[in-house]
Design a protein around this ligand. Structure first.
Ligand code: DQQ
Length: 576
C-alpha cells in the first residue's frame, strides 16, 4: 500500500489549529423551550437536540464506530453564515451520541462557513481524512483537508486542518461561488486518488474531477466528469460502484472490475432533488457515461420522490453494505422552525443496491431499525373491497413501522394510461385517494384522525400502458393537516411493473412529522414531512384502504410501535 508522507507528518505533528471547540451553545438558542414535548419532534430519526441541520456529511465506519457529521447552525433554527460540522457517533446507526462540533471556521480558507464534504479512509494506514468546502475570506468556495488529531480516540472527537489549506481553489471555467462538496475519494489502479466536486459555469452544471498522489496536492482534469446543460449548480455529487449481480452487498468506492457498474448522484439545487444516473465509469478517459442523460422531466431517476436532498452514501466495511443518508428538510415555515427551536432531519439510513433488472437502485431501511420494533400486530388475508377502510389498531400509530403486502387482481382490468409526458405529481392530485378507480387507489392512510378528516394517503394505482403495465405511487399531503401554512404537495412517481406482478409491497416508517415510504420492495421511495393538527401522539390512527372497484387483499400486514432511539449528549443520553 502506498505511503503518503505528508499525511503521516500531518498525523504526527500536532498542529495547534483551531479544530472544533464548538460546544452546542444552547444558551445562544433563540428558543428556550425544550423540544422533547413538541408534537413534531421525532423519536427515532436523527436530529440534533436543537437548531438547524441540513446535509449529512462524511458518514463513515471506523474501528467499530459509525460517524455522522452534518451541516449545522449551532446558533439558530435557520441556515446561517457560520455553518459548522456537527458530529455524532453510534455503534448501530440508530442510537447516537452527540459530540462537540468537529469542524468550525478557523482560518482564511473557511472563516465564512464549513460546508459539505466527505470522508475517505486511506486503506493500509487506516487513516480517515475529510475534504470539505470552506467559504473563504473572499466568500469564494475552496476545498480543505482535515484529519483526526488523535487516532487512538475511538470517537475521533477533534479534527485538525492541514496547513496547506485550501488544497483546491476554483479552476478556470468554474464560478468561484459554485465550486463545492467534494465526494468520497476513490483510488485508481495507478494508485492516485480521485474526487469529484460539484460546480457551475453559467447555466451548465458539472462535476469536475481532481487527482492526487498524496491527498494534499490536487490536479484538476480539464474535461468535466459529467456535465449537464441548463441545470445550474451540481451539489453534493456522490460516485460509487454497485454489484451488477443484484446482490445486496455493497462495494468499496475504489472497486473497478467487470462485476460492477457505477452510480453518479447529483443534487440539483434548482430542482431541490437528488437524481442518480447508472452508467459506465471510463477510467482511462476519466469520465462517466450515463445510460440515460438528465432530461429534467419526471422520467429522471431519483432516490426519493418526496423530500430528500444532499444525500451521501458510504461503504460499511463492518456489514459489507452501502448505506445512504439524506437530509429531510421541514416543510413548515421559517417562523415555525424558530418557534420549534429546530429544523431538519436525517432519513433513516438506507441500504442501497442495484435492482436485478439493472435499471434502478433499491433502498431499504437498515436492519438495525428493527431493534426499535416493540408492540406488534398482524393482519392476514383481509379482503379490501371497494370503499374499505381497515383500521390497524393496537400500535402507536404516530411512531410506527408498517409493512404491508397487497395481493392484486388480474392486471388486464386496469385503466389505460399513456405515461409519456404525464406529470406524476399532478396525476396524484387528480387521482385523489378518495376517488374511485379500478386497480387502486389502495394503500395506507397514515397520521390519520379517527374521523379520517386528517390523513396522509400513501397509495398505489395500477395502469395498463402501451406495451407494459405501470404503477403510480403517491404520497398525498393535501389532507395531512388543518394548518394552511404548509407545503402540502401530492408527491408521486410512475414506475414500470412486472406484467406478471401478483403482489405489491409498501413499508412506511412513521415518526410524528415524517413518513418514509418504500414501495415495490424499495424500488420507489417517497418521504414527506407532515404536521397534523389532530393526529398527534395517541390521537393518530392508521388505516389500510381501497377505493378501486377491483378488490385487493391485504395478504400480510405487520405493524409495530417503535421505541424511542437513544440520541443525546455524551455522558448524558437523554431522548431526542
Ligand atoms: N448545502 C451545503 C453546501 C451544499 C448544500 C451548505 C446542499 O455545501 O451544496 O450547507 O444542501
Amino acid at each position: 500500500m502506498k505511503i503518503i508522507p505528508e499525511l503521516l507528518l500531518f498525523v504526527i505533528v500536532p498542529f495547534l489549529l483551531n479544530s472544533g471547540n464548538g460546544i452546542e451553545t444552547s444558551t445562544h438558542s433563540i428558543n428556550n423551550r425544550t423540544p422533547e414535548k413538541q408534537p413534531y419532534r421525532t423519536s427515532y430519526h436523527f436530529q440534533p437536540r436543537q437548531n438547524w441541520m441540513n446535509d449529512p456529511n462524511g458518514p463513515m465506519y471506523y474501528k467499530g464506530v459509525y460517524h455522522l457529521f452534518y451541516q449545522h447552525n449551532p446558533e439558530a433554527a435557520t441556515f446561517g453564515d457560520r455553518i459548522v460540522w456537527g458530529h455524532s457517533v453510534s455503534y448501530d446507526l440508530i442510537n447516537w451520541i452527540h459530540l462537540n462540533n468537529a469542524i468550525e471556521p478557523s482560518g482564511p480558507y473557511d472563516n465564512n462557513s464549513c460546508w459539505s464534504g466527505s470522508a475517505t479512509i486511506i486503506p493500509g494506514k487506516e487513516q480517515p481524512v475529510i475534504l470539505y468546502t470552506g467559504i473563504d475570506d473572499k466568500k469564494h468556495q475552496v476545498q480543505n483537508l482535515a484529519m483526526p488529531r488523535n487516532l487512538s480516540d475511538p470517537f475521533l472527537r477533534e479534527w485538525i486542518k492541514h496547513p496547506q489549506n485550501p488544497v483546491m481553489s476554483p479552476p478556470s471555467g468554474v464560478e468561484v461561488n459554485n465550486f463545492r462538496d467534494p465526494s468520497t475519494a476513490w483510488q485508481g489502479k495507478d494508485g492516485k486518488w480521485r474526487v469529484v466536486i460539484g460546480a457551475q459555469n453559467g447555466d451548465e452544471g458539472k462535476t469536475i474531477l481532481y487527482q492526487s498522489e498524496d491527498f494534499v496536492n490536487w490536479k484538476v482534469d480539464p474535461n468535466p466528469f459529467y456535465a449537464s446543460d441548463n441545470t445550474g449548480v451540481c451539489e453534493c455529487p456522490d460516485f460509487f460502484p454497485v454489484n451488477i449481480s443484484g446482490s445486496k452487498n455493497g462495494v468499496d468506492t475504489s472497486v473497478q472490475n467487470p462485476s460492477v457498474r457505477h452510480v453518479l448522484k447529483i443534487s440539483y439545487l434548482r430542482k431541490q432533488h437528488d437524481y442518480y444516473f447508472l452508467g459506465k465509469y471510463v477510467s482511462d478517459q476519466e469520465n462517466f457515461i450515463p445510460d440515460v442523460r438528465f432530461t429534467g422531466t419526471s422520467s429522471d431517476l431519483r432516490y426519493d420522490y418526496g423530500k430528500f436532498y444532499a444525500s451521501k452514501s458510504f461503504f460499511d466495511y463492518a456489514k459489507n453494505r452501502r448505506i445512504l443518508w439524506g437530509w429531510v428538510n421541514e416543510s413548515d415555515s421559517t417562523q415555525d422552525d424558530i418557534e420549534k427551536g429546530w429544523a431538519g432531519l436525517q432519513s433513516i439510513p438506507r441500504q442501497v443496491w442495484l435492482d436485478k433488472s439493472g435499471k434502478r437502485l433499491v433502498q431499504w431501511p437498515i436492519e438495525e431499525v428493527e431493534k426499535l420494533r416493540d408492540k406488534h400486530i398482524s393482519i392476514m388475508g383481509e379482503k379490501l373491497v371497494y370503499g374499505s377502510n381497515l383500521e390497524v389498531s393496537g400500535i402507536t400509530a404516530s411512531q410506527a413501522d408498517v409493512e404491508v403486502l397487497f395481493e392484486l387482481p388480474e392486471l388486464q382490468s386496469a385503466e389505460f394510461l399513456d405515461p409519456d409526458g404525464v406529470d406524476p405529481q399532478l396525476l396524484c392530485s387528480q387521482e385523489d385517494a378518495s376517488r374511485s378507480g379500478i386497480i387502486g387507489p389502495f394503500g395506507l392512510l397514515a397520521l390519520a384522525s379517527k374521523d379520517l378528516k386528517e390523513h396522509t394517503a400513501i397509495f398505489f394505482k395500477i395502469y395498463r400502458a402501451p406495451n407494459r403495465y405501470v404503477g403510480l405511487m403517491c404520497n398525498d399531503q393535501r389532507r395531512s393537516s388543518f394548518r394552511h401554512d404548509l407545503d402540502k404537495t401530492a408527491y408521486g412517481t410512475i414506475f414500470d411493473i412486472d406484467p406478471n406482478l401478483k403482489n405489491i409491497s409498501l413499508r412506511s416508517l412513521i415518526d410524528h412529522s415524517i413518513i418514509e415510504s418504500f414501495g415495490d420492495e424499495g424500488r420507489v421511495c417517497i418521504t414527506s414531512r407532515v404536521y397534523p393538527s389532530l393526529a398527534i401522539d395517541k390521537d393518530a390512527h392508521l388505516y389500510a384502504f381501497n377505493n378501486g372497484s377491483q378488490s385487493v387483499v391485504v395478504s400480510k400486514l405487520n405493524a409495530w410501535s417503535m421505541k424511542q432511539a437513544e440520541i443525546g449528549r455524551e455522558g448524558n443520553i437523554s431522548y431526542t
